[in-house]
Each structure stands twice: as structure tokens, then as C-alpha cells.
Design a protein around this ligand. Structure first.
Ligand code: HEC
Length: 178
């Protein structure tokens, strides 16, 4: 995984901002298929410094008005969170769309919502319709391999039938001889 840190500059024109990103490519032999859940969020960022921010959300005491859930003031919540982390805050913020990829071990879907094989292994409109470079049974197919395969199946059936017939005939011949 590659993570964005609070010190990394973001590009607010390219939304959503990926807070993390799984590394790996279809044509990289050491890459593995791994299930993720992509969580979409809307978070405050520093408009001048172009960084994500650390928020002070929960009050430490009853009169902790800097905490968002006490004072309901984003500027104070961001300023005190950034200060606590030793980071700069320009004082100007805005909200930005973000994504965060969770491993599937977080928020497991109920079994009724699990994927069926056909959601990926299907020729048209499957979840992997736009992923090229991997061979997926059910989606991809090679005419030559399929034809050769069916020829082999038919040849095997013919072979078994001929062999069986041969044995029946041989048995009859033996019975007639004795
Ligand atoms: C989330 C999508 C997804 C689902 C759901 C899924 N598969 Fe796959 N499956 C893949 C992908 C992608 C590949 C190709 C992997 C590659 O070639 O690197 C694959 C490959 C395979 C292969 C070939 C393995 C090999 O070694 O070539 C078989 C067999 C298979 N899947 C069976 C199943 C069955 C059975 C189910 C249901 C129980 C299922 N798949 C569900 C995505 C999926």
C-alpha cells in the first residue's frame, strides 16, 4: 500500500484524493489478487498548504471547546489537531472527496451479499470487464484451445466406444470358437 501523509501535498483539482492506494499491476508476476473495500469520504483539507489535516474530534474535558464534537467549529478543531501534531495550519480549509482502501477484514459483508462467481467470470459487463492482461475462465476464451479440447473429448468418446465394441466382438468370437 502507498499512503498519503499529512505532510504530502495534494492536488485539490483531482478529486477524489486517494488517501491510500494498493500497489500492484496485472502484468507484474509478483502481484496477487486481494479484496478491498473502497471507503468514500469527505474531509477538510488546508486550502493554502494543500495538505490533509489532523482533526481534534473528541473533547478531553467538558470545556474542551476546540474539539469538534464540543464546539462544532471546524477551524478550531483543525487548528488544535494540527498544533498537537506539530504541523502548520494556514487557517483556511475546504472539504474534499477522498477514498481509502480497507482490507476486506474490516467490515465484512454478510454472506447474502457475497459475490457469485459469475459477477467476475462472465463475458459481458462483469466486474473485470475493463481489466485486460489476465486470462479469466468464463470471460476469456481461445477458439483454437476450445476446438482442440472438444476434438480431444470426441476422440476420447470414440476411442472408448471402439474399444468397447472391439471387446464385445472379441468375446463373441471366443464364445463361438469354444
Ligand atoms: C472478484 C472477482 C472474482 C470472483 C467473485 C471469482 N473469481 Fe475466479 N478469478 C478471478 C480472476 C481475476 C482470475 C484470474 C487470475 C489470474 O489469471 O491472474 C480468476 C481465476 C479463476 C480460475 C482459474 C485459476 C487459474 O489458476 O488459472 C478459476 C478456476 C476460478 N477463478 C474459479 C472461480 C470460482 C469457482 C468462483 C466462485 C466460487 C470464482 N472464481 C469467483 C476473479 C474472481
Amino acid at each position: 500500500m502507498e499512503y498519503l501523509t499529512v505532510k504530502d501535498r495534494i492536488d485539490p483539482t483531482a478529486q477524489p484524493v486517494a488517501l491510500n492506494r494498493p500497489l500492484g499491476l496485472v502484468n507484474d508476476p509478483s502481484s496477487r489478487i486481494f479484496p478491498f473495500k473502497v471507503h468514500g469520504g469527505r474531509q477538510p483539507y488546508d486550502k493554502i498548504n494543500k495538505t490533509m489535516t489532523i482533526l481534534h474530534l473528541f473533547p478531553k474535558s467538558g470545556d474542551d471547546k476546540d474539539a469538534y464534537w464540543k464546539g462544532y467549529d471546524w477551524t478550531k478543531a483543525i487548528a488544535s489537531g494540527q498544533e498537537y501534531a506539530g504541523l502548520d495550519f494556514s487557517g483556511e480549509y475546504d472539504f474534499i472527496e477522498t477514498t481509502f482502501a480497507y482490507p476486506i477484514t474490516h467490515m465484512v459483508a454478510p454472506k447474502e451479499n457475497t459475490l457469485s462467481c459469475k459477477e467476475c467470470h462472465i463475458r459481458a459487463q462483469g466486474r473485470f470487464a475493463s481489466v485486460s492482461g489476465v486470462y479469466m475462465p468464463g470471460r476469456d476464451h481461445s477458439r483454437i484451445v476450445s476446438t482442440l479440447g472438444w476434438i480431444a473429448v470426441l476422440a476420447a468418446i470414440c476411442g472408448v466406444m471402439l474399444h468397447g465394441m472391439g471387446r464385445i466382438l472379441m468375446k463373441r468370437q471366443k464364445e463361438e470358437q469354444s
